[in-house]
Structure formats: structure tokens, C-alpha cells
Design a protein around this ligand. Structure first.
Ligand SMILES: Nc1ncnc2c1ncn2[C@@H]1O[C@H](COP(=O)(O)OP(=O)(O)OP(=O)(O)O)[C@@H](O)[C@H]1O
Length: 432
């Protein structure tokens, strides 16, 4: 059953719409202010939104723009505008709204548009936007598991799965379900130098080591009652594993150079693309910590094992591009879809995302340029693949930073000069 979020302040119209939508088989949550509606949309688990443009606290257009700024995954949204507010409607369409209907509203037209947006299947069926993680049976099941796990707010969770499969996306989804108002802090254990991990995790007291000129909270403390996401937990050095174990066991930590214990209510969510059992057998991961971090466990299947999600993800990535670069709205053709379905996606969702980003950037009009973007044959070896991935990263950063060279270079962690040289080498043009 499709879930509709109705944001409408008029009590009579609101009541009537709720009644009609429910009669038509939709499940409805009704909010009378823009801020309450925004919170509901940000919390996810909504398939479609119907939003009045004139709300008491903020306009529907501002609500939509704010959600975009916060990079919330917004469900297909229909706006209801008063007669004569066509400018608002145009602005909304440019921002990525699905459509608008003018008041006085024709409820039957509204239902038809909602059915079309729910995948043409109507309410009560499995719409493409039914879950925030994917439409495959595996991802639907996983979404259900996460909803249950969210109720056990202190139990550690281990997320397994190949690289790029969406482990952080799943952790963030759990956060939205469990504690959207508390922090979500992500740390990649593989990316931190060994000497820094301890202070980064547990914080340090003033004078704990050279350069520690003030007390600093570690990520555990920063996460507070929220979630600490430790990515690549298999790469954590053994010495630190025992410290982490004590913190998870005792639910308190001691800062580096300190002696006072500090309580930690944080939920630990760890992720790994490695086989932790094998690491335990090889003596590279502590067995006791292994049991402690995997009290709850989920494994995200690779994309090739859930082909139903390929086009679902693809549509989202293309729509994301359209939201970020509204003047360039691209649409997948049936041939594009066919080609995407036939790839094996060894790099999973991340590979699909990079490919589509690149194909959108290179595309023209409504067409994506899948040619070339798709053909990075593995036979060309690691160098060609690394270059293709470097090129995609540069193009993505350029789009995200609106082609601002300084910001793009900073985002990529390289100098402007290096960025220019690489753009020249790859023939990347600044697209304004
Ligand atoms: N269900 C999803 N919906 C939308 N985007 C997704 C989904 N799954 C993955 N992605 C996108 O794919 C990319 C990779 O996802 P993510 O970083 O969560 O993977 P990961 O498994 O944590 O990767 P790694 O093992 O390399 O850390 C991200 O940019 C993410 O936005």
C-alpha cells in the first residue's frame, strides 16, 4: 500500500482528502503545517507527497527547497496551488516536483496522478518508491528488519556486504528510524592513520601528547545518543580492538591521557566488506569483539543478486542529478534500461551511481550518454579502470560544486593546478 504524506492546513479540505485517499486504498499521514510535514518527509518511509503551496508557517516551495538543501530523499511530490500562483508552480517544477494541480482541486485527477506516480499500478500494490532501500524482496526484507532493530537502540549492529553495496546508506536509514534528532557520525577505520585512531575514537585530555593543547571529545562522545558508524572495522589495529571491546562492554570510555570514565549511550554500527570470521581465524580480529559487534547482523546482497533494484536505483540517481542540475533533466530510454540490466555491477550501487553521473554529465537534452560511460572494459586493466573512476570523481565534484574550480579542488583534496591538468588530460569541460 502506498503511503501518502498530505501537507494541508485547511481542516475541511484536509479531512475530505484523507477520506478520499483512504477510500482509494492509500495510507495517509496528514500534517497541517509545513514544519511538521518536513519532519515527516525527512524521516522517510513515505512514497508520495501531496503538498499545499500556501501553508501557515512556510510556503510549499520553501519546504521543498529546504529538503533539497538537506539532501533528503524526497518522494514524488504533487503540489496544490491556488488559482493565479503559476509562478510558484513553475519554480517547483524546476526544483523537481512531480507535478502541480490547481485549486479548486479535482480529487479524481489527484488520485489519477498519484496512481501514475506510484508506478501506474495504483494504490495497494508495490510501488517503486515503496521502500527507501530498494524494491527487491531482499531489500524489502532488510528494511523490515531494520525497523525492528531500531527499537533496540543500544545493541551493536554489524553490516556486511561488498564494497559500494550501500552499507552506509543502510546505517543512515537505521539512524532515521531510530534517532533522527541525534547525531550520526561516520568514521572509516581504514582511512585513519593508526596513530590517530585512538584519540579520534575516544578523545584526549589536554597535554595527552605533543600538540594536544586542549581537551577534545572523540567520535563516541560526539555521537552522544546517536549512532557511531565504524566503516571497515576489519581494518582496526588489534591493540585498539581491545579498547573498543571494553567501551562496548562497559558503555563507558576513558579519553587518551585521562583517568575519568565517561558514559557512552551511543549505538555502535560497524561495517565491513571483509569476511570477519576469516579474519578471526587468521588472528587479525579479536573473537570476543567479533561476538560483541555482531549481536545483530545484516548482510546486504550484491546488486547482481537483486537485479530488481538496478533500475530502481538508476531512476533515483538520474533524478538526483536532475535535482542538482535542474536545467539538465535527463531521462532513461528503454534501450538505456536494457543495457543497465545486462551489466553485472561488480562495484555495486556506487559503480552504477558513478556511471549514471557521468552519462548525465556527458548527455544532451533528455538523453544520457551511456555509450562510452558504460564501456570501461575490465580487460583494459586496473589503470584504465582507475582513470575512469578518477574522471568520474572529478566530474561529479565539478557538478556538485557548480563548476567552481577552487571548491572542486578542495573537495577532491588536490590543488587547482592539478585539477586543471587532470581536466585537460581527460578532456573535461566546465559545464555551466
Ligand atoms: N539504496 C540506495 N539508495 C540510494 N543510493 C544508494 C543506495 N545504496 C547505495 N547507494 C549509493 O551508492 C553509493 C555507495 O553506497 P555506500 O557508501 O553506502 O556503500 P558501502 O557499502 O558503505 O561502500 P564501502 O564498502 O565502499 O564503504 C553511495 O553514494 C550511495 O548513495
Amino acid at each position: 500500500m502506498s503511503r501518502v504524506c498530505l501537507i494541508e492546513d485547511d481542516p475541511i479540505m484536509g479531512e475530505a482528502l484523507v477520506e478520499r485517499l483512504e477510500l482509494e486504498g492509500f495510507s495517509v499521514v496528514w500534517h497541517r503545517t509545513g514544519s511538521a510535514g518536513m519532519r515527516a518527509l525527512a524521516a522517510g518511509a513515505i512514497d508520495l507527497a501531496v503538498i499545499d503551496v500556501n501553508l501557515p508557517d512556510l510556503s510549499g516551495a520553501d519546504l521543498f527547497a529546504r529538503l533539497l538543501d538537506e539532501r533528503v530523499r524526497i518522494p514524488p511530490s504533487l503540489f496544490m496551488t491556488g488559482y493565479g500562483s503559476i509562478e510558484d508552480a513553475v519554480r517547483l517544477l524546476k526544483l523537481g516536483a512531480a507535478d502541480y494541480l490547481t485549486k479548486p482541486l479535482d480529487p479524481t485527477a489527484l488520485i489519477e496522478r498519484l496512481r501514475a506516480l506510484a508506478g501506474g499500478k495504483g494504490a495497494g500494490t508495490d510501488a517503486p518508491h515503496d521502500t527507501p532501500l530498494g524494491i527487491s524482496p531482499a531489500m524489502r526484507h532488510l528494511a523490515g528488519e531494520l525497523a525492528r532493530m531500531a527499537r533496540h537502540a543500544q545493541t551493536p549492529l554489524l553490516i556486511g556486504g561488498e564494497s559500494g553495496v550501500g552499507k552506509e546508506v543502510v546505517a543512515r536509514h537505521l539512524h532515521r528510524l531510530q534517532c533522527p534528532d541525534a547525531p550520526f557520525i561516520a568514521v572509516n577505520c581504514a582511512a585513519l592513520p593508526e596513530t590517530l585512531i585512538e584519540a579520534e575514537l575516544f578523545g584526549h585530555e589536554k597535554g595527552a601528547f605533543t600538540g594536544a593543547d586542549r581537551r577534545r571529545a572523540g567520535v563516541f562522545e560526539q555521537a552522544g545518543e546517536g549512532i557511531l558508524f565504524l566503516d571497515e572495522i576489519g581494518d582496526m589495529p588489534l591493540a585498539l580492538q581491545s579498547r573498543l571491546l571494553r567501551v562496548v562492554q562497559d558503555r563507558q570510555l576513558t579519553r587518551v591521557g585521562g583517568s575519568e570514565p565517561v558514559e557512552t549511550p551511543t549505538r555502535l554500527v560497524c561495517a565491513t566488506h571483509q569476511d570477519l570470521t576469516a579474519l578471526v581465524r587468521e588472528g587479525r580480529f579479536r573473537e570476543d569483539l567479533y561476538y560483541r559487534v555482531r549481536v545483530l547482523e545484516i548482510r546486504i546482497p550484491p546488486l547482481r543478486e537483486r537485479p530488481e533494484d538496478i533500475l530502481w536505483l538508476a531512476e533515483r540517481f538520474v533524478a538526483d542529478y536532475g535535482r542538482r542540475v535542474p536545467r539538465e533533466r535527463r531521462v532513461l530510454t528503454p534501450e538505456d534500461r536494457e543495457r543497465l540490466l545486462h551489466s553485472k555491477w561488480p562495484g555495486n550501487a556506487r559503480e552504477l551511481q558513478h556511471l549514471l553521473e557521468r552519462a548525465c554529465i556527458l548527455g544532451q537534452g533528455e538523453r544520457l550518454a551511456l555509450d562510452g560511460a558504460l564501456d570501461i572494459p575490465k580487460e583494459q586493466g586496473l589503470k584504465a579502470q582507475a582513470q575512469a573512476s578518477e574522471r568520474a570523481a572529478i566530474e561529479t565534484a565539478l557538478v556538485e560544486q557548480d563548476c567552481n574550480m577552487t571548491a572542486t579542488a578542495a573537495r577532491l583534496g588536490i590543488s587547482r593546478k592539478t585539477l586543471w591538468q587532470k581536466m585537460k588530460r581527460y578532456g573535461i569541460k566546465r559545464i555551466q
